[in-house]
Design a protein around this ligand. Structure first.
Ligand SMILES: Cc1cc2nc3c(=O)[nH]c(=O)nc-3n(C[C@H](O)[C@H](O)[C@H](O)COP(=O)(O)O)c2cc1C
Length: 400
């Protein structure tokens, strides 16, 4: 464990905080870019259907990203923060900053050029399957404004690996690109024996372009959180087949957040021989089992998985659990779940995340959130006497 003695007390407070203290991160934003978003644009956007707004946003971003003028404008509007203290190397990849866009926002890699210009340190697209899929029936995206949460039941609609790969090979990005892969959602249960082949077929077209691949081992909305890869021998077969792929980039495994010691040790043992596995990302468990402000009568009829603020503490505890069990010289954690300010991001880093990702926070706070997190992280590093982000990773972890 790394920490600076004079900061230990504060770090402990911060790390143990969410259960006892509330982290103060809601500064007045009226009059700032984020304020404009929250007070003017957001109410307008929230008046319309969530999925339609998302589609329009993505189309606008795609258009902005195709011209150099559009990209330059995005860079200016978002006032990049570039600072060597936030730059970090994970799995042999250089990240200009640790704040990434989580999978699900740009499922088919349409807007990567624009998204990588608004300040993210990396962009993860997908989930993408070997075959195209239309996903689950609509409506399948719901906002819970009182909880800063989204209920999602998309069922991984995407254009399929071949089309998306062609698209992203033709679109260079200034930041690392992660490609999140999943089995094709056909609406029927997938034959577990065919799943390995599905993943391999989805991966191949991205080699040479993706900086890393994420294997979404169990999408909550297609497999109800049950993974064919809970069977260690199938996971090993998958990794064995991946190890034969030419030009394979580092792999992150994304699976349902849990803190089951036996399951975790089984997985760690199973993946031990496979050097391409670089770390972990945690999926939200299916369902909406959180203490919510939104009335049950509103939430209950919404099918899907809840993402956003209510899941934050559970996801933080999961990071802490895995950081305590994994071999930190081999694996890194990309932390996500309910990040809406720098303090939330920093908290995950102190618990052991090397990088963080967000999605729902963008919907509630707009693209200005990215810069705000960067600036806040720099202040928090300063406050705690760290001269570089790498010193903060896991600095608040307490061994059992
Ligand atoms: C609308 C929506 C769609 C998502 N789609 C995917 C997906 O296709 N694949 C995936 O691995 N995760 C998907 N996610 C999960 C996110 O990548 C992320 O793990 C999760 O939302 C937690 O982060 P957040 O609280 O910042 O949203 C989706 C999340 C949302 C809100």
């Amino acid at each position: 464990m790394f920490y600076l003695p004079n900061t230990l007390f504060r770090l402990r407070d911060l790390v143990n905080g969410p259960k006892r203290l509330s982290i103060e991160c809601e500064a007045t934003t009226f009059g700032t870019t984020m304020g404009l978003y929250r007070h003017f644009l957001r109410p307008l956007l929230f008046y319309f259907d969530a999925e339609k707004v998302h589609e329009r946003t993505l189309s606008a971003a795609t258009a902005a990203g195709t011209s150099s003028t559009g990209r330059a404008l995005l860079r200016r509007l978002c006032f990049h923060v570039t600072d060597h203290r936030l730059a970090t190397d994970v799995a042999g990849i250089h990240f200009p900053n640790p704040v990434g866009l989580a999978a699900g926002f740009d499922k088919s890699g349409r807007a990567i050029r624009a998204l990588s210009e608004i300040g993210f340190g990396f962009v993860e697209i997908g989930s993408i399957s070997a075959q195209p899929s239309v996903g689950n029936p609509k409506p399948r995206l719901f906002r819970l404004p009182e909880d800063e949460a989204i209920v999602v039941n998309y069922g991984v609609p995407n254009d399929g690996a071949a089309v998306v790969a062609r698209r992203v090979h033709a679109a260079p990005t200034p930041v690392p690109l992660g490609v999140n892969l999943v089995e094709t959602n056909t609406g029927e249960p997938t034959d577990p024996a065919a799943v390995v082949g599905e993943f391999v077929a989805a991966a191949r077209p991205f080699c040479g372009r993706a900086d890393y691949l994420t294997l979404n081992l169990n999408c909550p909305n297609t497999t109800a959180g049950v993974s064919p890869f809970d069977d260690s021998s199938r996971l090993q077969e998958l990794l064995q087949q991946f190890s034969r792929i030419d030009g394979l980039p580092p792999i992150f495994l994304k699976f349902t957040a849990h803190q089951d010691a036996k399951r975790a040790d089984d997985l760690l043992l199973a993946i031990d021989p496979y050097v391409s596995v670089a770390g972990f990302i945690f999926n939200l468990p299916p369902g909406k089992a959180y203490d919510l402000r939104t009335p049950e009568s509103v939430v209950d009829p919404m099918p899907g998985t809840l993402c956003g603020a209510p899941a934050r503490t559970m996801m933080d505890d999961t990071i802490s659990f895995w950081y305590g069990r994994m071999d930190r010289t081999k694996y890194a954690i990309i932390g996500s779940g309910g990040i809406t300010c720098a303090e939330h991001a920093y908290h995950k880093i102190l618990l052991g995340a090397s990088l963080i990702q967000l999605y729902t926070g963008l919907v509630f706070h707009g693209p200005g959130l990215v810069r705000r997190i960067h600036r806040g992280l720099l202040q928090l590093l300063d406050r705690d006497g760290f001269t570089h982000l790498s010193q903060a990773i896991g600095a608040g972890h307490e061994e059992d």
